[in-house]
Unconditional design. Structure first.
Length: 137
């Protein structure tokens, strides 16, 4: 297991993230990981103009909100198991393409994602990622 030095976690800001992060923390510590990349991909980061106009001072950018939520999940789920070797990215685009692109850019050794058994839409991404990724999934 020592070959997994760089791990990418795909998160979707759901309740499953806690389980995914806890599992990734265990793998990271057992493998003696060097870097952990947490990534959330959304199809659209833009705030609708109508809402932005109605609440100009109350809204934070969606990417900052998602990054803060991911960091809070990491602190709650992994606790002290993970050091400061964590990068959190929130990007806009197709989840499959962005995860594959980031995995290649960062030269990751493993991608970890959650998967719900009863929802068809969340089953497709891990299956496609498993087929196309050049690292362990």
């Amino acid at each position: 297991m020592s070959e997994y030095k760089k791990i990418l976690i795909g998160l979707n800001l759901s309740e499953m993230d806690h389980t995914t992060i806890a599992y990734a923390a265990m793998v990271f510590s057992l493998a003696g990981g060097e870097r952990l990349y947490c990534m959330h991909v959304t199809r659209n980061l833009a705030i609708p103009p109508k809402i932005a106009k109605a609440y100009p001072t109350m809204l934070r950018p969606p990417d900052e909100y998602a990054a803060d939520k991911i960091l809070a999940s990491i602190k709650q789920s992994a606790g002290r198991k993970l050091p400061d070797m964590i990068d959190v990215d929130v990007v806009e685009g197709n989840p499959l393409d962005e995860l594959l692109r980031r995995a290649q850019q960062k030269n990751v050794d493993m991608i970890i994602m959650g998967r719900k058994h009863n929802e068809k839409e969340t089953r497709q991404l891990p299956l496609k990622l498993t087929r196309k990724a050049t690292c362990a999934v």
